[in-house]
Design a protein around this ligand. Structure first.
Ligand SMILES: *[C@@H]1O[C@H](CO)[C@@H](O)[C@H](O)[C@H]1NC(C)=O
Ligand SMILES: *[C@@H]1O[C@H](CO)[C@@H](O)[C@H](O)[C@H]1NC(C)=O
Ligand SMILES: *[C@@H]1O[C@H](CO)[C@@H](O)[C@H](O)[C@H]1NC(C)=O
Ligand SMILES: *[C@@H]1O[C@H](CO)[C@@H](O)[C@H](O)[C@H]1NC(C)=O
Length: 523
């Protein structure tokens, strides 16, 4: 009887919301509330008492004359309804009894960030100590590479340092702060680590499925890492995407995800796959995370995380009395795969010692890594050693990017125009979405005016635009966040050459992905 009432009210509520939606053509958010209700109803997790309250409020709202705008009312509606419908946090203490000894053992230490919430997309990037190279900064730079201003406001990237060694944690925090200061201060990137009391003793685990001790430890810790990160991410936005610290993103990935979500919005699914690699690029509704985390925690010692996720699907839709084909088809309905893949591995070294990570996603394809322009004829010289066929000539001519080995102080790129040009402006972009860290750092843009009197005026400090440099060159700009862009003061007259001059040794290679001179012919 109780059950019958619950069902009845759910249907009543859905009907009411249906009326709301069709009558007001409410935006996306409300559709997702509607969708959550549908799913909640399917899960049978919602108590009729809770629904009664919500229903009462909805009835009051629909009866009371109100001047709320649609977005206003939908925002209120969503918040009220969601607060009641979101499942509560899983009780981690049941599955991790050692947590009871320390009250704060589930609380993250937030090292960097503005505690941003209310975004569409939360990207979770766990990072661990690797014996070889760290790709974390490059991963973050790749994710940020071509986000629009609006997208930057609608996303938060949570870096979870899955270690408790304070020296390592601080080193990662410093490196993110140093390399991505703007994204950190804007709140786009957050860096957290777990309480030192979070991990249980991982030294005494049962070896299963023929996995050696080290692998069992690694996969158990991965279950705990992902669970911690998901719990933290859950309240920050609408969708959560699981990533890793050794990936590159495809251009426009955010837009592609949004479109795909909209495309499958009204359908029943548990996760969307935006990559073919293990757990990378799996997207969940944050409202599903408590259930998923609870499952992971329950079996964290037993199986690797991708198997556990598959088991969730099994539990939800497979009928043990039917054959495996039926089960396979049913599970396939709950996961949707998007192609081409939006994330690709870069790392050759897995965090599991000795495990070489040469898994590549075949569905990632190639992306354009440079932007070509018609530049005036010029003779090109550089002290930088090129990598493979990525020559300066090919970059200048707009058919490739230039890739040079680690710049040292005093290294340069010199562009000498065949005939002097009246250069109006310039744009040099270093890095690209795959190697966005290979930038020009502490590098100035300089021009060589043809006129002797202009050089004299610059030396005397008579031109506000410019500072004298060596060899008759005049400094007109510098690289900031990998880009140098600006206008050239007309007072400089005709320009014989342009030069990029490196002022300090770099730790990384450099990649020039765009060269553009906006020029006119001088009369
Ligand atoms: C609906 O409105 C009535 C009258 O204003 C009020 O007494 C009641 O508490 C409201 N119900 C809810 C659930 O807010
Ligand atoms: C709604 O707004 C209109 C115009 O802004 C106003 O005349 C009217 O009194 C308002 N109604 C209520 C119920 O606040
Ligand atoms: C929502 O509507 C209420 C009542 O009209 C108003 O006081 C409030 O400022 C509005 N909020 C937003 C975010 O527009
Ligand atoms: C740039 O290089 C100059 C000269 O080597 C040095 O004095 C300066 O500190 C460097 N600036 C940065 C931001 O590294």
């Amino acid at each position: 009887k109780y059950c019958f009432h619950g069902q009845f009210f759910i249907y009543y509520l859905l009907m009411l919301m249906n009326v709301y939606i069709s009558a007001h053509n409410l935006p996306f958010q409300l559709h997702s509330v509607y969708e959550r209700l549908l799913r909640a109803e399917q899960r049978g997790e919602v108590l009729s008492k809770e629904l009664l309250k919500v229903l009462g409020q909805l009835q009051n709202r629909s009866i009371a004359p109100s001047n709320h705008t649609i977005s206003n009312s939908s925002a209120i509606l969503e918040e009220r309804v969601l607060r009641r419908l979101l499942p509560s946090q899983p009780d981690a203490h049941i599955y991790l009894p050692h947590l009871k000894e320390h009250e704060d053992s589930l609380k993250p230490i937030v090292h960097l960030g503005q505690r941003r919430s209310g975004v569409s997309l939360v990207l979770g990037v766990p990072t661990v100590h690797r014996q070889k190279q760290s790709y974390l900064v490059n991963t973050l730079q790749s994710l940020l590479f071509d986000l629009s201003t609006a997208e930057r406001k609608d996303i938060v990237i949570v870096v979870f340092i899955a270690e408790t060694n304070a020296i390592f944690v601080n080193a990662v925090v410093q490196s993110v702060q140093t390399n991505l200061p703007d994204a950190v201060s804007a709140g786009v990137i957050e860096v957290i680590s777990p309480s030192p009391h979070y991990y249980p003793d991982l030294s005494n685990l049962k070896e299963t499925f023929g996995d050696p001790k080290e692998r069992v430890r690694w996969r158990t810790k991965q279950n705990l890492d992902y669970s911690f990160l998901m719990l933290y991410a859950q309240s920050k936005g609408t969708y959560y995407v699981q990533l890793e610290d050794d990936i590159i993103a495809k251009q426009g990935f955010f837009e592609s995800m949004k479109k795909f979500i909209a495309y499958v919005l009204s359908e029943e699914w548990l996760f969307l796959e935006f990559s073919q690699l293990g757990f990378i690029g799996k997207l969940f509704r944050t409202s599903d995370l408590p259930m998923i985390v609870e499952f992971f925690l329950m079996f964290h010692k037993d199986k690797p995380i991708d198997w556990l996720l598959d088991h969730i699907l099994w539990v939800k839709v497979c009928n043990p009395e039917k054959d495996s084909k039926h089960c396979h088809n049913e599970k396939a309905r709950l996961k949707r795969t998007y192609k081409p893949s939006l994330f690709q591995h870069v790392g050759l070294h897995s965090s599991l010692p000795g495990k070489i990570q040469n898994l590549k996603d075949k569905d990632f394809g190639n992306q354009v890594l440079f932007k070509g322009h018609n530049n005036p004829l010029a003779e090109l010289r550089s002290s930088l050693e090129k990598y493979l066929s990525h020559t300066l000539e090919r970059a200048y001519n707009g058919v490739d990017f230039f890739w040079g080995l680690t710049p040292k102080r005093g290294d340069y790129i010199l562009i000498t125009f065949i005939t002097p040009q009246a250069v109006k402006g310039y744009l040099f972009r270093s890095g690209n979405i795959e190697t966005n860290g290979d930038r020009f750092y502490n590098t100035t843009v300089e021009v060589l005016p043809t006129s002797k009197s202009v050089k004299v005026r610059v030396t005397r400090g008579e031109l506000a635009c410019c500072k004298p440099s060596s060899d008759g060159f005049v400094q007109i700009g510098s690289f900031k966040n990998g880009m140098a862009e600006g206008e050239v003061d007309g007072a400089l007259g005709e320009i014989a050459a342009m030069r990029l001059l490196v002022h300090s040794d770099s730790d990384v290679w450099v990649l020039l992905s765009e060269v553009n001179h906006i020029h006119i012919t001088y009369k």
